[in-house]
Design a protein around this ligand. Structure first.
Ligand code: PLP
Length: 282
């Protein structure tokens, strides 16, 4: 079960893959990416990830890249690696060109894919929940595009770790709760679920969309609406969602206990329903 990289058509062991120093992803963060996970040997929600990748590419005016070509590259590398529980990164940069802010006249996007064993959330965090801090959202105005420009997320995550907790929650300067460093965020208030609506200020999470769909299927109400830090602090439950995170309860924020101080009913139920759906390969 080798960990593999795909680089512009060639598949090789990850440690042999090299990108030139003039790659625009490296120089300017001029690149988009996706992260998919597999369950029991099947990649989950491939078409939804390809939809979002296409939106990210067109949002940054990349030249068109055939969807079939990207899908084929992902599936071939994944199958070659034969890792049943894999994490697959797909990163597409505007290509290699002499350093210049302007787009190259004839861009040749570089496609890099890596397939390795997916990281699992420590059992302790699933059983006990995680703790978080809030940080001011200093990210740019197009967080709906999944670019590799992740420095604010990197700094916020490190700030959380330095504070002895596991994650940071972005709150806008006006006080609106956005999302966490690599996950969307839901609260449960008066028995209803709430999450930030799809705007350019958050990533349209695939897990978020799948969970909303699961909620509708099971007659659970989800409201996509703005809410502030106080509403979050007074919520019965707060939980994060994402391809790596799946569903994870946040049991304390800024040293204040949320709800009962343990993983809540909604998060546990939705985690199980998500795992069942992903395990079915739908
Ligand atoms: N929000 C941010 C900022 C993210 O980086 C991610 C995932 O990387 C998510 C939300 C969750 O998205 P998804 O469910 O598609 O993994």
């Amino acid at each position: 079960m080798p960990e593999l990289a795909y680089l512009n058509g060639d598949i090789m062991p990850i440690d042999q893959a090299r990108v030139p120093v003039e790659d625009r992803g490296y120089q300017f963060g001029d690149a988009v990416y996706e992260y998919l996970a597999s369950y029991k040997g099947r990649l989950f929600a491939v078409e939804a990830h390809l939809d979002r990748l296409e939106n990210s590419l067109s949002g940054l005016s990349f030249p068109p890249i055939a969807r079939d070509r990207i899908r084929e590259a992902i599936l071939t590398t994944f199958e070659r690696a034969a890792i049943p529980r894999a994490g697959v990164y797909v990163q597409i940069s505007r290509g290699v060109a002499p350093r210049n802010h302007a787009f190259p006249a004839q861009p040749h996007p570089q496609i890099v894919i890596t397939v390795r064993q997916a990281p699992e959330t420590p059992e302790r965090y699933i059983k006990e929940g995680i703790r978080a801090i809030t940080v001011t959202d200093i990210r740019w105005g197009r967080c709906d595009i999944k670019t590799v420009l992740l420095l604010p997320n990197v700094l916020a995550k490190q700030q959380a770790l330095d504070a002895g907790v596991q994650d940071a929650i972005f709150v806008s300067p006006e006080g609106v709760v956005r999302e966490a460093t690599a996950s969307n965020l839901f609260i449960c208030k008066d028995g209803r679920l709430m999450t930030h609506p799809l705007t350019p200020n958050i990533l349209p999470g695939i897990t978020r969309a799948v969970l909303i769909d699961i909620c509708h299927e099971h007659g659970m109400e989800v409201v996509e609406a703005f809410f502030d830090r106080q509403a979050m602090m007074e919520a019965e439950e707060v939980f994060l969602t994402g391809t790596v995170t799946e569903v994870l309860s946040v049991v304390a924020i800024d040293d204040q206990t949320i709800g009962t101080g343990g993983p809540g009913h909604w998060a546990s139920r939705l985690r199980a329903l998500l795992e069942a759906r992903a395990g079915d390969g739908q």
